[in-house]
Design a protein around this ligand. Sequence first.
Ligand SMILES: *[C@@H]1O[C@H](CO)[C@@H](O)[C@H](O)[C@H]1NC(C)=O
Ligand SMILES: *[C@@H]1O[C@H](CO)[C@@H](O)[C@H](O)[C@H]1NC(C)=O
Length: 432
Amino acid sequence: MITLNEKETSIQLSEKEETQIIIQYWIRILKIKLGWIHEFDKLVVNYVMIFLLFVLYLFIVIINNHYLTQATTVFMLDTFRSSSKLLKTFSGHTDCVYSIDCFTLDCDQFICSGSDDKTVRVWDVENNKQIQSFNGHSSSVSCVKFSPYHCRNYRRNVICSASHDKTIRFWDIKDNQQWKICKEHTKGVCGIEFSQFNRGRYLCSASDDKTIRLWDIETYKSLHVFNGHEYAVWCIAFSSLQSYNNKNKNNSIGVIGGNGYTICSGSSDRTIRVWDIETTKQLIVFKGHRDAVVSVKYGSNELGINGGTNTILSGSQDNNVCLWDIRSKKQTQVFKGHRNGINIVEYSSFVMDNNDIGDSSNIICSGSSDNTIRFWDIRSNKELHVIKENNGIHCLTFLQLKKEKKGKCKDDRDCDISLCYCLSNGTIHTWG
Ligand SMILES: *[C@@H]1O[C@H](CO)[C@@H](O)[C@H](O)[C@H]1NC(C)=O
Ligand SMILES: *[C@@H]1O[C@H](CO)[C@@H](O)[C@H](O)[C@H]1NC(C)=O
């Protein structure tokens, strides 16, 4: 069966071939034309020639850039396994860090973090410095996210944080101020995520009050409350963009996403539930974990993951990592090896060996209170690599670091991947 991502690759290749054919065609035409212009002044011919070659060059550069930015960046796990080491340490938090997010502003990279010490902090990756600390929450901060919506629409750099103080707050990095506050949950907020559709305009939140809320962050209004979980909801995720699925359908993005976008949530009731955003109906209840589900992630076509948008990855306090298939509504895999509760699961863009380049990534990653980060191969169900620490791992994310020598921006080829993770003693590490 052809996965969606493979389709994308084959389309790219055939378009590339087409480009070559077009270029060859123009070179041939040029030669023929030159043969006909014997009477013209040679200089004019040269000028025309140079101009046309310049246009052709620009054309090739544009086409190349187009493909480069579209191509999925993959990284070799073997290289990472053999040569990666601790790169940087960010110290400042005085208690466990529950959440981190990475973002880029004007080519500079930043990490934001939320901690049990009630603060949200912002770090400059390049020079290892804390540049901001927001102290408004009155209880531990469970989740932090950089807001793509404020950045794109208002050119404001805003961090959104969720806390056990029942609130979701928005902070402007420049002003060092709390900007907005959403308080409708009746208990602590455990997880938040921005939508990938509609430029990140929607936010969903998971709460100890057993509900999930959907927010419009243009108006800061709560749009809907999803009821169904029997206990606290720990984690939440939006399904990714589905442009390839919907190629032949009407692209009628409704008021809230539309086109089959879903959210999934994990709870202390040991279930993972999938909800249709447009109809607000509960679509699936996945049962199989034997303890609270604390981390859920959708697969995505962008990362080049096998199965794409039809899989959900989960991690539970029952020490297991699982994969679930949305179409068959079944658990497809269990990864066993951690000796304590899982706190975070993540898809990676690593591949195993040279043969896999251009293929989908099949490697997932998990962080646990057993002080390890483990990498797993989806195909073989095997553990591939372990990073050992002296403290529990509570969150992790992948960060594409610029290579120091070149210091260029906007070009993925100049990037190294590194892993950014947090320890229960408040330290943040990058490893790559
Ligand atoms: C697409 O839109 C057209 C008109 O807007 C409608 O007639 C048609 O039924 C729609 N198709 C689908 C698959 O929704
Ligand atoms: C936290 O633990 C790491 C090792 O796991 C250690 O390097 C670091 O110094 C510790 N930080 C604090 C604040 O104790």
